[in-house]
Design a protein around this ligand. Structure first.
Ligand SMILES: C[S@@+](CC[C@H](N)C(=O)[O-])C[C@H]1O[C@@H](n2cnc3c(N)ncnc32)[C@H](O)[C@@H]1O
Length: 236
């Protein structure tokens, strides 16, 4: 081996971990405080909020599950699972051999999701209390990363998207449902609470190595986007 190659190899061995650490440390919280209500959440209060008629993603939950093309045997990550509204529906859809990971930064949500799943006889749900920078799944472990009303809660979207990217299998998909941020139709609350509109979210996903394959006109105040890892052609 040439001397300069040997030197480069030694430098990489010595500095590699430092480079990885500094890249991870670079991203600052893009929205400090956005998750303060979820630091010690009251389970019943959030069930009443997330699982109430009149909330568009609740009213459209069955259409959303159908549009997500979840099939028996799949492994699905419900990221930002909240009270488990979609976790439970996906758990039924992937039965008997599929698995759903209910992932949330709030342990109260995960504990109660696992309890309600046990009570309803759903034994194929695994709970993960993750960190705000990483979804906590190994490489190539999921077919679908699903986020309802969660993307705008990511404080560290670049790092979180990188962890989703590595967790997805090669044919894996990402579905993002989030509030439209458009002054013509959005409430004042949405305009203040949600940091980016659909076009910005698409840009962020593209920058993270995902390609948009569908934008379903399913809802009025929320959009439904489907992505695949870059390199995969639509309809393949
Ligand atoms: C508005 S709730 C949506 C809950 C559920 N997806 C639904 O639609 O009913 C957003 C959820 O995202 C969680 N969350 C925020 N940041 C997160 C992150 N980085 N990783 C995983 N979950 C996160 C919050 O704790 C909260 O449960």
């Amino acid at each position: 081996m040439k001397m300069e190659h040997r030197l480069a190899q030694i430098m990489l061995l010595l500095c590699g971990p430092l480079l990885v650490f500094s890249a991870a440390a670079q991203e600052q919280s893009i929205r400090p405080g956005i998750n303060r209500h979820f630091e010690d959440p009251d389970w019943q209060q959030w069930v009443n909020t997330f699982e109430r008629p009149g909330r568009e993603v609740y009213d459209q939950r069955h259409a959303i599950v159908a549009a997500s093309k979840v099939r028996p045997g799949m492994t699905v990550a419900d990221i930002g699972a909240g009270t488990g509204l979609f976790t439970r529906l996906f758990a039924s859809a992937v039965k008997p051999k599929g698995t759903v990971y209910a992932i949330d930064i709030a342990s109260t949500f995960i504990d109660n999701i696992l309890r309600t799943c046990r009570e309803q006889g759903l034994s194929n749900v695994t709970g993960i209390v993750n960190t705000p920078v990483d979804i906590g799944l190994p490489a190539d472990s999921i077919d679908l990363a699903f986020m309802a009303d969660t993307y705008h809660h990511f404080e560290y979207p670049q790092q979180t998207l990188a962890s989703i990217h590595q967790a997805l299998r090669s044919e894996g998909r990402v579905i993002i449902i989030d509030f439209r941020r458009d002054p013509r139709i959005s409430s004042k609350w949405v305009m203040g609470h949600v940091r980016s509109n659909k076009a910005q979210v698409i840009q962020e996903l593209q920058a993270a190595g995902f390609r948009l394959v569908d934008d379903k006109p399913l809802m009025r105040t929320n959009y439904f986007l489907e992505f695949v890892k870059s390199g995969k052609e639509e309809g393949e």
